[in-house]
Design a binder for this molecule. Structure first.
Ligand SMILES: [Zn+2]
Length: 241
């Protein structure tokens, strides 16, 4: 998989300012797939999108993720570590389109035909403030055929959501936690798009610092500094300080 250069990472960051998360996730993947149209990346299933984002994270910052989570029961902050490669049995050559194929599941006592979700589904519900309403809206977009009069009850929505995660597992990356302080156990979704964007944001700000210091010391252009390898930049930075 192709990793973005320092200059590409800054460009991605720049284009993502003020944009929604679904759009930022596609911007991150654009340099990985330089020959794919943005629309094609947007139609990739969310499981495939997340698989590529995890692989990109591994390339940019390594396999191990150290993070913290808030215990929903006692409020304690818990540190946890997880390995990206635990989620990556195999990266597909090209992510399948969410519109390519439909599946069938049993929901509300009837057969329901559904398709997998993609970034454009996230875009369509991104204006909705209420998370549970957005989840319902997502599931109704996924349903492509059902018996007339099928009502979208919570049970129907859960059945379709479960079926989507079974067919495209990385759509929802679930992590299990237990709190040492109060003993509470729970699972929570890990949003790789949001996590990786935060890491890229910090990395780009570090790159701006490097450009600023090296440019001021040596008079080099931004392009010249960003073209250097990270090792070479580090060597000059130790001498510039
Ligand atoms: Zn707790």
């Amino acid at each position: 998989m192709r990793a973005p250069s320092a200059a590409e990472l800054i460009r991605v960051w720049e284009l993502g300012q003020g944009r929604k998360l679904w759009y930022r996730a596609l911007l991150l993947l654009a340099p990985v797939f330089p020959d794919s149209a943005f629309r094609v990346l947007g139609e990739m299933t969310l499981g495939s999108r997340n698989a590529y984002l995890l692989a990109l994270r591994e390339q940019l910052f390594g396999t191990k993720i150290d993070a913290t989570v808030h215990c929903p029961s006692c409020g304690e902050w818990i540190q946890f570590a997880v390995s990206v490669d635990a989620f990556l049995p195999r990266i597909p050559e090209r992510g399948p389109s969410a519109y390519e194929k439909s599946f069938t599941c049993r929901a509300g006592g009837t057969d329901v035909a559904y398709r997998l979700l993609c970034s454009y589904d996230l875009a369509a519900v991104s204006q909705l403030d209420d998370a549970s309403y957005a989840e319902d809206a997502l599931m109704s977009r996924a349903i492509v055929g059902a018996a007339e009069g099928l009502r979208l009850t919570p049970q129907t929505i859960d059945a379709v959501a479960d079926a989507i995660v079974t067919a495209d597992p990385l759509t929802d990356i679930r992590l299990g936690f237990d709190c040492a302080a109060c003993g509470h156990e729970w699972t929570s979704s890990f949003d790789i798009a949001s996590f990786l964007w935060t890491e890229v944001d910090a990395e780009v700000r570090r790159l701006f610092d490097d450009v600023h210091r090296l440019g001021r010391t040596y008079g080099w252009s931004e392009a010249a500094i960003l073209t250097m390898s990270a090792q070479r930049r580090r060597e000059y930075l130790t001498r510039a300080s």
